[in-house]
Design a protein around this ligand. Structure first.
Ligand code: CP
Length: 305
C-alpha cells in the first residue's frame, strides 16, 4: 500500500494481512513494555481538522508503541485562524520533516488532495461522510477475535447510514471478508446509492434481529443533518434503538458494536452498552493494534520479531 484512503478497493488478501499484523501487535501491547523499535527515526503527524478522541489518541499511541515520534496539529490553535489554506498547512507540516500524515477533515476527499500534494503516505482518519478505513479495520479485527473469521456472519449496520463514513468503510471491508451485511434504518437515513453496494436493506430492525451475529449501531449524526429527518429521538429509539428488550431477543452469541461516541439511551440502551456482549471497549483497545499495522505497513518498518 502507498496510502490508506478507503476500504472500497482493498483486496481480501491485503485486509487479511493487515488483520494478521494487527493481531501480532495486539500481543505486543500486552507485554510489560508494550513497545517495539520498528519505526525508530520516523515521524507521524496527526492532522485533525474535526474533533476526535479515539482515532487521534490511538494513532498517537500506535506510533509511540512502534517507537516513532509524533507531531500533532490542532486547528483551534493553528494559523488556520489567520487564513492559511489546507494545502499550505500540509506543505508546512511536511517541510518540518514528517514521514506520514493521518488526516481527518469535514470535506469529502481532503485526504486524496493531500496524497496529491505530498510525497509521503497519507492515512484517512475520516473525511466527511465518506470513508474511515482504520475504523473498519479495528472493527473487523474485533469481530475476527470474537468469531474467528467474518466469513458467513450476518452483520446489521443500524441507523444513520446516510451520514456515516464508518458505515461506508465497514460495508466494503466486511463484505470483502465474507460477511453478509444488512443496512437497517428509516429510508431517510439510508443513502440513495446503496443499490450499488454489496448489501441488502431493511427498514425494520425487529424483522432481522433474530438472524444477526453482529449488530453494529451508529450514532445519529446531528452535526451532519441526521437529526432532522425523523420526528424525534424517542421515535427513533422506539424503532431502531438497541433497547434491553431487543437485546434479549438476539441470539445468545450475538454481539453489539458501536464506533463511539455513543448516545446512551438513543441508539443503544445504558445496560446494553455495559453488557459483556457489547464490544465497544474492545473496539477501542483494538484501534491501537490496527493502527500499528497500518503505520508499519505504510512506513516499511523493520521486522519486529
Ligand atoms: N470512532 C471514531 O472515529 O471516534 P472519534 O471521533 O473519537 O475519533
Amino acid at each position: 500500500m502507498r496510502h490508506l484512503l478507503s476500504t472500497e478497493h482493498l483486496e481480501r488478501n491485503v485486509l487479511e494481512a493487515l488483520l494478521n499484523e494487527a493481531d501480532d501487535f495486539a500481543e505486543v501491547l500486552t507485554r510489560p513494555i508494550p513497545k517495539v523499535p520498528a519505526l525508530r527515526g520516523k515521524t507521524v503527524a496527526t492532522m485533525f481538522f474535526e474533533p476526535s478522541t479515539r482515532t487521534r489518541m490511538s494513532f498517537e499511541k500506535a506510533a509511540k508503541a512502534l517507537s516513532a515520534d509524533t507531531v500533532s496539529f490542532s486547528p483551534g490553535t493553528s494559523s488556520l485562524s489567520k487564513g492559511e489554506s489546507l494545502k499550505d498547512t500540509a506543505l508546512t507540516v511536511h517541510a518540518m520533516g514528517v514521514d506520514l500524515m493521518v488526516v481527518r477533515h469535514k470535506a469529502t476527499g481532503a485526504p486524496w488532495r493531500l496524497a496529491e500534494w505530498l510525497d509521503i503516505p497519507i492515512v484517512n482518519g475520516g473525511d466527511g461522510a465518506h470513508q474511515h478505513p482504520t475504523q473498519a479495520l479495528l472493527d473487523c479485527l474485533t469481530i475476527k477475535q470474537r468469531f474467528g473469521s467474518l466469513e458467513g456472519l450476518t452483520i446489521a449496520i443500524v441507523g444513520d447510514i446516510r451520514h456515516s463514513r464508518v458505515a461506508r468503510s465497514n460495508i466494503f471491508a466486511m463484505a470483502t471478508l465474507g460477511a453478509k451485511v444488512i443496512l437497517v434504518g428509516p429510508p431517510t437515513l439510508l443513502p440513495i446509492d446503496s443499490e450499488a453496494w454489496p448489501v441488502t436493506v431493511s427498514h425494520d430492525l425487529d424483522e432481522v434481529l433474530e438472524v444477526l451475529d453482529v449488530v453494529y449501531l451508529l450514532r445519529v449524526q446531528t452535526e451532519r443533518g441526521g437529526g432532522s429527518v425523523f420526528p424525534s429521538l424517542s421515535e427513533y429509539t422506539a424503532r431502531y434503538g438497541m433497547t434491553s428488550e431487543r437485546f434479549a431477543r438476539l441470539r445468545p452469541d450475538a454481539v453489539v458494536m458501536h464506533p463511539g461516541p455513543m448516545n446512551r439511551g438513543v441508539e443503544i440502551g445504558h445496560d446494553v452498552a455495559d453488557d459483556e456482549r457489547s464490544l465497544v471497549l474492545a473496539q477501542v483497545t483494538n484501534g491501537v493494534a490496527a493502527r500499528m499495522a497500518v503505520l508499519f505497513d505504510l512506513l516499511g518498518g523493520d521486522d519486529v520479531a
